[in-house]
Ligand binder design. Structure first.
Ligand code: ARG
Length: 301
């Protein structure tokens, strides 16, 4: 990966700048902490979304390079990357976004819809417990796929449902956390997780791909978020909405020129990095990360 031009780098953050331990404190925040899992055992071993085809295998070497470039880029933007150890036989463990919803020190563990991913939860839970987080398991009548389907924009928790997570789980989470939840019905199997079609940038701005939502959800989004940026279909297909926000920097897959212009217009600096090996499994930048200290847009209650 080419080094970042200096002008695009964030100003140096010293650890002493860290103040509030909670997301959304006004002023300075601790340096961002992001959980990632190296793609040692990543591959297309089953098909649980329309992007996946066992006949279109990922290339292990390219996957490793793309993952490492993403990690390096996030580090250059000031993020501390924490690592989950990969496990043979769990190819999708790389998509740490699905491990859980993080709210301060509490981890709401995923309950995966498909049996193929269910064994990931024990691995995730062990890691979170070792790090001192409190882990909560949802009632077993619901599926819930972590930050893939639950994203704060301001103090509201936006939840994607039907395809992977259940609306009941989102309401239950809102009650536990004590926040407003806005369940959004996803209607396109290609955009099966909320983070494939929606990305909060700040408490008032978000990227979204309108056709991925039912009409009611589209209306809820327009009413709730004043600064919505609609993504074009050809860029949504390149996972434009699956972005990682670090301060005013936004990391995305390559091939999203319109989004890059829109981001700059809104005062953000886009950074694109090739992630097509992961799109073969239906994931991109955001899916490969889990923000542990609260997303930029989150205002935890
Ligand atoms: N193959 C994985 C699945 O279908 C990809 C998960 C992508 N993660 C995400 N947060 N969208 O579950």
């Amino acid at each position: 990966m080419a080094p970042l031009p200096m002008a695009d780098l964030p100003s140096a953050q010293s650890p002493s700048a860290a103040k509030s331990p909670s997301a959304g404190g006004s002023g300075s925040r601790p340096s961002p902490a992001i959980l990632m899992c190296p793609p040692d055992y990543y591959g297309i071993e089953y098909e649980i979304n329309p992007w996946m085809s066992r006949s279109r295998q990922s290339d292990p070497e390219r996957s490793r390079q793309q993952w490492a470039a993403l990690q390096a880029l996030l580090q250059q933007l000031g993020a501390e990357i924490r690592l989950l150890e990969p496990v043979r036989g769990l190819p999708d463990l790389v998509f740490t976004a699905n491990a859980a919803l993080v709210v301060r020190n509490t981890i709401y563990l995923a309950r995966f819809r498909y049996p193929a991913r269910q064994p990931e939860t024990a691995v995730d839970e062990l890691w979170f417990r070792e790090q001192g987080f409190d882990c909560i398991t949802l009632p077993d009548r619901w599926s819930f796929e972590g930050a893939g389907d639950a994203l704060f924009c301001g103090d509201t928790l936006f939840g994607g449902y039907v395809i992977r997570s259940d609306a009941g789980a989102l309401h239950w989470l809102g009650g536990q956390i004590g926040c407003r939840t806005l369940p959004l019905q996803l209607v396109d199997q290609y955009y099966y997780h909320l983070d494939t079609c929606f990305c909060p940038l700040s408490d008032t701005e978000a990227l979204y791909f309108p056709p991925a939502f039912d009409e009611y959800a589209q209306r809820s989004l327009t009413e709730a978020i004043p600064g919505l940026i609609a993504i074009a279909p050809e860029e949504a297909q390149r996972f434009a909405c699956n972005a990682v926000v670090v301060g005013r920097h936004v990391v995305i897959n390559t091939g999203c020129p319109r989004l890059e212009i829109d981001l700059r217009t809104h005062g953000y600096t886009p950074h694109s990095t090739e992630l097509d090996e992961f799109i073969k499994a239906g994931g991109s930048a955001k899916c490969l990360t889990l923000r542990l200290d609260g997303e930029e847009a989150a205002r935890w209650p």
